[in-house]
Ligand binder design. Structure first.
Ligand code: V47
Ligand code: SF4
Length: 401
């Protein structure tokens, strides 16, 4: 059931259509696709933000969470390198810049976690013919042996389906084997925009939207929770966005297995699509970023968490997003490669100190969470903050792999 927002009906809107949406929310009624269209198209962006903020406050108060995580991208070799035209990260096996980490390299990269502050590895990569079940199972076992306190959030639905095809196993068999090796949860990557027409243009040959949902359904059935995403700001229409959100909401109704929704802003640099669209150097508008997050919060009434990925939308936009329905920030991200391959100019990591300043600057209370979004420490009083320094396992800003 949607969380009722008693005060929402009292807002003043410049677009009267928002008043009827506010009344629906206040009554605890579900928004339909027509409402979602209104939210996407209205000129009253601040009204959309106020509604999303009210819903978010009803669920989370003033608390904004973050996790101390570390991204590891073990291979950029990908069989879809030529067909995912929005991706600047992948390489063919013999192409310049192609890499596949050995186990030793993965462990060396993971060694930032030895300080005990990193609590989660986020592991994703390309669809590499040489990286099958054994590659990942061995990696996860070794990571758990060396860093038993670190949660493993790894492998998108697309990677799970790829491994299943390579190994001639079902999705469920692959997921069960990986869980046995140490997989805890799955990230939400690979969703892009589900619409078949959009996929034909930006990700022809990639696992389709229904199968992305199918892999997540299978994972949830096995007790493996996951995140979900939507890539926006490329060729998709408003209707495509709405249908994508509808598919996510439907699966959440069915399984309750999604932890968070993370809209991902398309970056046009250093990828074929950006050149085709003549969009190089033109990131998504901050207003679209805020609207996407707010509509996600309002339409996905059965989700607890909406996350802003500051690496993609910049830190200032993420800070404002905390008033547009967002209750979680992608945490300290050590050595992020995927977005920096396509033009992200943000730092590759934020220290604890910077993260606390960003959240408090929005008038919110920062709290570190675990990978299941349980608060493990609130930072109510700045006087009690840890001394500034290398925090959460982060290297100096701008470090690259
Ligand atoms: O699926 C690739 C995106 C995603 C570009 O689950 C691009 O906690 C923008 O899903 N412009 C992978 N985006 C990353 C991802 C993610 C990130 C943070 C947290 C979580 C989570 C998941 O990156 C891919 C694709 O949608 N991507 N190229 C690009 N040019
Ligand atoms: Fe491969 Fe993923 Fe890039 Fe597509 S987006 S080319 S599947 S790494």
């Amino acid at each position: 059931m949607p969380t009722p927002v008693p005060s929402a009906a009292g807002f003043r809107f410049t677009d009267p259509a928002l008043a009827s949406i506010a009344a629906k929310i206040a009554a605890g009624s579900r928004l339909d696709q027509g409402d979602a269209r209104t939210l996407f198209e209205t000129s009253d962006l601040m009204g959309v933000g106020r509604l999303a903020d009210a819903v978010n406050r009803a669920k989370h108060g003033d608390v904004v969470t973050f996790a101390a995580n570390q991204h590891i991208n073990p291979t950029n070799v990908c069989i879809l390198r030529k067909t995912c035209v929005f991706c600047g990260y992948a390489r063919l096996p013999k192409e310049q810049g192609a890499y596949r980490y050995t186990l030793e390299q993965v462990l060396a990269e993971a060694s930032h976690a030895a300080d005990g502050l990193t609590k989660e590895f986020h592991i994703v990569g390309g669809l590499d013919m040489q990286a099958g079940l054994e590659y990942y199972a061995t990696m996860f076992r070794a990571l758990k042996a060396n860093f038993p306190h670190v949660h493993i959030k790894a492998l998108t639905a697309v990677e799970i389906a790829h491994i299943a095809r390579l190994e001639k196993k079902t999705w469920a068999e692959v997921l069960a084997a990986l869980r046995e090796a140490g997989l805890d949860t799955m990230p939400g990557g690979g969703a892009e925009t589900f619409s078949a027409a959009v996929r034909d243009i930006i990700a022809d040959k990639k696992l389709g939207g229904a199968d992305y949902i199918g892999v997540h359904r299978t994972a949830h059935g096995l007790g493996i929770r996951s995140n979900c995403t939507m890539l926006y700001g490329h060729v998709e229409t408003v209707q495509d966005r709405i249908e994508h959100l509808q598919m996510l909401r439907d699966l959440q109704d069915e399984t309750g297995g999604f932890l968070a929704f993370i809209p991902l802003a398309y970056h046009p640099d250093d990828n074929e699509l950006g050149a085709t669209l003549d969009r190089r150097g033109t990131a998504t508008a901050g207003t679209l970023d805020l609207r996407m997050l707010a509509v996600g919060r309002l339409f996905l009434d059965n989700f607890s968490h909406v996350k802003s990925h500051w690496i993609m939308v910049t830190q200032p936009v993420s800070q404002v997003a905390l008033h547009f329905g967002v209750n979680d920030l992608e945490g300290t991200v050590v050595r992020e490669k995927i977005y920096h391959a396509v033009g992200a100019t943000t730092p590759q990591a934020m220290s604890l100190e910077q993260l606390l300043r960003l959240i408090r600057g929005a008038g919110k209370v920062p709290a570190e969470r675990d990978s299941f979004y349980r608060v493990v420490r609130r930072y109510d009083d700045p006087a009690q903050d840890p001394a500034p320094g290398p925090s959460l396992g982060a290297p100096p800003l701008g470090a690259s792999a």
